[in-house]
Design a protein around this ligand. Structure first.
Ligand SMILES: [Mg+2]
Length: 381
């Protein structure tokens, strides 16, 4: 048995910004949008390239080139934790929440993909898998949809792809139209039948007592998941709602650090913690967030960007499920060869493909590129 010494330096980092129009106007309880921006990072060691991304503003790309590239380029490609630690240290004065943390997440996920490819391992095997199939729930059901579109989308998940759990948006216009929220929940239950789990997400659109009243009015619809009934910053309010309603109360999609998630768990604010690999600090931080949740006897659910989460989710013992989010699914299926199929209600990472198993379709992505690609190479420093 010989010893393999792997000399792998991160030699270059590139970042590109893509803005992709939605297939229809989209809205939830507290925001409307007609396009989604992806900031995609590639890191290279020799001929091997790792790819990561976040869904955030173009400013994330400036953070990568201005704050993070110098930390990562020249470092050992196997020591992802050192790179993560260096990035977090480097942004102390810039502040980690928001776009800065999103940028760190994009770089961290690219570095994990690079490491797995360098070692010739599927990423979930490198991380230490605990499951082959990762449960997902269909997610969309925007408040901007009419009855026909909502029916079509729900039917596609439930009948077309046999996904046994789905989520729609409620809290329309900051909670000012609860009658329509109830009508849409009722329609959703009628469409999916009695055995499919129905989830709702208010995106913080309600006030505390209002959230409780809406859920009591919907009692016969057997809602299982009530996401952000009030602002995720209102930990006492989340706990108040949680104690008063039957469905699990959940939050955490904006979390940017271990301290954020620790406060949320310790406050008794949620029945299931949510976190987002593309926001919280990448796979490095996701694994730690999952441990915080486990220490509070909680499961964790991945928010959006399903292909960015799936390998980490396969290696997370206390995972509940991932969000098969319409907007991001559409983009990831367009942009990558190797995108996964949720039929049956679970994603199965490819058992042998190195890294996350995705390959960027550059000719497709380039149609949506905004500005030029920024490249930072070791020998140009
Ligand atoms: Mg949400």
């Amino acid at each position: 048995m010989g010893t393999t010494v792997l000399d792998a330096t991160v030699e270059a980092i590139e970042v590109a910004v893509y803005t992709i129009p939605t297939d229809a106007p989209e809205a939830d309880g507290t925001l409307t949008w007609e396009a989604t921006t992806m900031v995609l990072v590639e890191v290279r060691s020799g001929e091997i390239c790792g790819t990561g991304w976040t869904y955030g503003p173009p400013a994330c790309a400036h953070v990568v080139t201005g704050q993070l590239a110098d930390v990562v380029v020249g470092g050992d490609a196997l020591d992802v934790t050192a790179a993560f630690d260096g990035m977090v240290t480097a942004v102390r004065n810039a502040g980690r929440p928001g776009a800065v943390g999103y940028a760190i997440s994009a770089v961290d996920t690219a570095l994990w993909d690079l490491k797995a490819r360098l070692l010739g391992l599927p990423l979930h095997r490198l991380l230490g898998a605990v499951r082959e199939a990762v449960p997902v729930y269909g997610s969309g059901g925007f408040t901007s949809y009419d009855e026909a579109r909502l029916r079509e989308q729900l039917t596609g998940w439930v009948s077309g792809q046999r996904i046994p759990r789905v989520k729609i948006k409620i809290g329309e216009s900051w909670g000012t139209n609860p009658a329509r929220d109830l009508a849409r929940m009722t329609q959703a239950r009628e469409v999916i039948g009695p055995s499919v789990e129905l989830f709702v997400d208010a995106n913080g659109g309600y006030e505390r007592k209002q959230a409780i009243r809406v859920m009591h009015a919907a009692a016969e619809l057997d809602i299982r998941w009530f996401e952000e009934p009030v602002s995720s910053d209102d930990l006492h309010g989340l706990r108040e709602v949680r104690r008063a309603v039957a469905p699990d109360v959940t939050a955490g999609e904006y979390g940017d650090s271990l301290a954020y998630f620790q406060r949320m768990c310790a406050a008794g604010a949620v029945d299931c913690l949510q976190a987002d690999v593309s926001r919280c600090g990448g796979i490095t931080e996701w694994l730690r967030v999952a441990a915080v949740a486990a220490a509070h006897q909680l499961e964790i659910s991945g928010h959006c960007a399903p292909h960015l989460h799936v390998h980490a989710a396969a290696a997370t013992p206390n995972l509940r499920h991932l969000e098969w989010f319409h907007d991001h699914v559409r983009i990831e299926q367009m942009f990558f060869d190797g995108a996964l199929d949720p039929t049956g209600g679970a994603l199965r990472p490819a058992p042998t493909a190195p890294g996350h198993g995705l390959r960027l379709r550059r000719e497709v992505a380039s149609r949506y590129q905004v500005g030029s690609t920024a490249c930072h190479e070791q020998n140009s420093r």
